[in-house]
Ligand binder design. Sequence first.
Ligand SMILES: Nc1nc2c(ncn2[C@@H]2O[C@H](COP(=O)(O)OP(=O)(O)OP(=O)(O)O)[C@@H](O)[C@H]2O)c(=O)[nH]1
Ligand SMILES: [Mg+2]
Length: 441
Amino acid sequence: MSLDLLKEKLQGVFKTLRGYGKLSESSVADAVREVRLALLAADVNYQVAKEFCDEVKKKSLGAEVLASIRPGEQFIKIVHDELLAIFGSETKELTPNRPLRILLCGLNGAGKTTTAGKLAAWFKKQKQHVVLVAGDLARPAAIQQLEILGKQAGITVLTFPGEKSPARVAELAREEIARLRVEVAIFDAAGRLDVEDSLLAELEAVGKTWEPQETLLVADAATGQTAVKVAQAFHSRVPLTGLILSKFDADTRGGASLSFQRVTKVPIRFLGTGEGIDAIELFQPERLVGRLLGMGDIVGLVEKAQTEFDAVSTEKMAAKLAKNSFDLQDFLDQIKMIRKLGPLQNLLGMIPGMPKMPDSVDGEKSLRRVEAMIRSMTLEERSRPAVLNARRRQRIARGSGTSVTDLNELLHRFEEMKKMMQRLNRGGSPDKMLRNLMSRR
Ligand SMILES: Nc1nc2c(ncn2[C@@H]2O[C@H](COP(=O)(O)OP(=O)(O)OP(=O)(O)O)[C@@H](O)[C@H]2O)c(=O)[nH]1
Ligand SMILES: [Mg+2]
C-alpha cells in the first residue's frame, strides 16, 4: 500500500523517542532528521520535506511544549498536526451543483479511463443519474475500453462516432445531458504524453466547451515528484479543482501525495486503490494520517502491556485458551490485569476499532459491575457458566446489585470474547496473541 514505507519509518522514529524521559534539543534534532529522511525516502519533494521538518522542529522546541505530556507523545502530536496541515484537515467534497460536469485529465496511462468508470459507479451508488462521455479520440480502442467499463457498471456511455474534435464532442455531449436530464457527466479525455504535449491545447479547448465545474487530474501515485510537476503544468493550462491519486494500492512510497497539496494547493479528492470498479475511496486526511502514524497506537499498547502484564498469568491464560478452558474466573483475573494498566479510556483508545467509552468513569463503573457479578458467582459457576439457570441468575444479580439483563449481557460478551480469542489464538505466544488481538480492525 502507498505510504507504507513512510509509515514504517515514522513509527520507528516514534518508538525511539518514546524511550526518552525528556526531549532535549539534540534528541529533537535527531528525531526531526530521521523524519526528514523518512519523508525523502517516501519520495516527498525535498522542499516540502524541509519546510515540514523546520516547522516540526520549531514547534517541538517552542514554548508550547507542555511539560505534563510525555515528550514522545507531544512530538507525535506535532507531526500529526503538521501532516494534517499539509493534507488539509477535512475531506473536500465535489460541488453539489447539478448537472455536474467533470473533466478527467492526466498523462498517458495514469488511470483516467479506469477512474472514470469508478467515479461513475461511485455516483451511481449514490443514486445519481450519471453518464460517461468518451472524449479520448486519440488512442485506438479508448472508446471501446470506456464502453466495456460502462457496460460492467450499468452506466450509459455517450459516444459520437465520426467526430474528430474532442471539444466538439463536449459540445454535443452537453446537449445530450440536457436532453437526458443527467445529473453527473464524466468526460474521459485523451492522455497526454508529457506536459509539453500539443494535446494540452486540445484539452484547453475541451475546457472551453465542456465548462467543467470539476477538473480532476488523475495522477499515478507511484510517479512521485514527476507527478507533482505534471500537476503544476496542467494546473497552469486548465485550472484543476482536485486530484485523484490512482494506484495508491501499488506504490509503497506515495510521497507525492504529500507534495501535491503543498505545491499546487489543489486538494486530493479520491484515492484509486485497485483495478476493480469499486476500488476508489474519498480522500480522508484524518484517516490517512491516522493510518500513517498508527494513532491507534498498537505498538504502544503492546509495549505497555508487555511490561505491566503479569507474565506468568498471561502464559497461563494462553495455555487455557489453547485448551479451551478459559472461564469467567480467568475473565475476572484479566479484568484485574487490564485495570492495572492504567486509565481504561486511554487503554481502549489505543485499540483500533474499539468503541469509544463515554468516559473513563463510566468505563470504570461498568468494569466494577462486571467484577461484582463474577464475585457473586460460586467457583463452579465461574468455571461452567452453562449451569447458570434463571434462578441462579436472579441470585447473582441480587448479590451484585445488578440486574439479570446486566448479567445476561456480561455472559453474552464473555462468550463473544472467548470466541474471538479462540480465533485469534493460532497457537502463538501470548505476545503474538495480543498483537493479533490488537491489530484487528
Ligand atoms: N492497481 C491499480 N491499477 C490501476 C488503478 N487505476 C488504474 N489502474 C490500471 O492502470 C492501467 C491504465 O489505466 P487506464 O485507465 O487505461 O489509464 P488512462 O489514463 O485512461 O490511459 P490512457 O487513456 O492511455 O492515457 C490499467 O491497467 C488499469 O487497470 C488503481 O487505482 N490501482
Ligand atoms: Mg484512457
